[in-house]
Design a protein around this ligand. Structure first.
Ligand code: ZN
Length: 335
């Protein structure tokens, strides 16, 4: 028996193998179908989470928001005879910005560079696509290290009437070598944060000539620079509030201590969490336009703080920022 069985054994195994093929195929098809089902369900869940997050942000931006408060309505005209008052106002702004850069010079090496480079700032007013300067004594262009261009309410409305809009209410303008800023009333820590942030972009653009300064929105290069600027923003806002903002961020993070990724953190945030952050910077009850700037700061700073506390590096922070851009603009990152 044994003798007869031996030569037949491989053939029997082959037969067994062939008989299993349909079963294995069926099993593979089943596993693939289950995987596809769960992947699609995962995608649907992901989309639903993103929608919930965006509608919460939308609610934060519009519900119970008063009308925006602007400190400059329109570009003054010479015939209004109001030029000395405007010149004095802009001179005060210039002094305040210079003082701010000096005050923050020791909070990080980048803040030190910004204070060193931007010693002569020209504060101008945006007027129909160009700038008007109202200083009593206009410095020669060679002496100006950067411009801070204030955009009055009427200029924003005029653009909107043409169906156009500024890329943001505060941004670094590469072509003009200027920080562009809507003349909105902002809580002082937020204003300090955005100014250092934008002059930081200015430093990367004008001094370092970094490719990231002109890279497309959402690209790894552009997002890498944004992460550095938001890290600086956090230091500035925290410094301005005497550490209260950092404590508020940590309080919110503690509420979501079981969350494992910054994405999930963003998707589980509530209006009550944002209220904790608002309170730390006295941003309760501000207008919708200013709330947009505040919200962008909150979500970027909180997400980066989350990663920082878990010892995550620059690459993870960049990936988080790219996800934020993609989710909030609906556009995938471009390289
Ligand atoms: Zn930026």
């Amino acid at each position: 028996m044994k003798k007869n069985l031996k030569p037949n054994a491989p053939r029997q195994r082959r037969r067994l193998l062939f008989s299993l093929i349909p079963k294995v195929t069926c099993l593979l098809i089943l596993i693939t179908a289950v995987l596809i089902f769960f992947m699609q369900r995962g995608r649907k869940n992901e989309a639903a989470r993103a929608r919930t997050m965006m509608s919460m942000f939308q609610e934060y931006l519009v519900v119970n928001r008063p009308k925006a408060t602007w400190w400059l309505q329109s570009t003054p005209k010479a015939e209004e005879g109001d030029l000395p008052r405007i010149a004095a106002l802009l001179e005060n702004k210039r002094r305040a910005v210079r003082l701010l850069l000096e005050e923050k010079r020791n909070i990080s090496p980048l803040a030190g560079k910004i204070a060193d480079i931007f010693t002569n700032i020209l504060v101008s007013i945006y007027n129909k696509g160009s700038t008007v300067s109202f200083t009593m004594k206009v410095p020669s262009p060679a002496n100006i290290s950067a411009e801070l261009c204030i955009i009055p309410a009427e200029e924003v409305a005029a653009k909107a009437a043409r169906g156009e809009k500024f890329i943001s209410s505060v941004f670094w303008n590469h072509d003009w070598g200027a920080v562009m800023l809507f003349a909105l009333e902002l809580p002082p820590p937020v204003l300090a944060g955005v100014l250092l942030h934008e002059f930081g972009h200015g430093y990367y653009d004008k001094v370092l000539h970094a490719p990231s300064a002109t890279a497309p929105l959402g690209s790894a290069s552009h997002s890498g620079e944004e992460v550095l600027m938001y890290e600086l923003t956090f230091l500035v806002v925290n410094h301005e509030t005497g550490g209260v903002y950092g404590e508020a961020c940590d309080e919110v993070l503690l509420r979501h201590k079981n969350v494992r990724t910054p994405k999930r953190l963003m998707q589980s945030l509530t209006l009550a969490d944002l209220a904790v952050l608002d309170k730390a910077i006295n941003a309760e009850g501000i207008g919708a336009e200013a709330a947009q700037i505040v919200l962008a700061q909150h979500i970027s700073l909180l997400g980066l703080r989350f990663l920082e506390k878990r010892g995550k590096g620059h690459d993870e922070k960049v990936a988080f920022y790219q996800w934020i851009v993609e989710t909030t603009t609906g556009k995938p990152p471009r390289e």
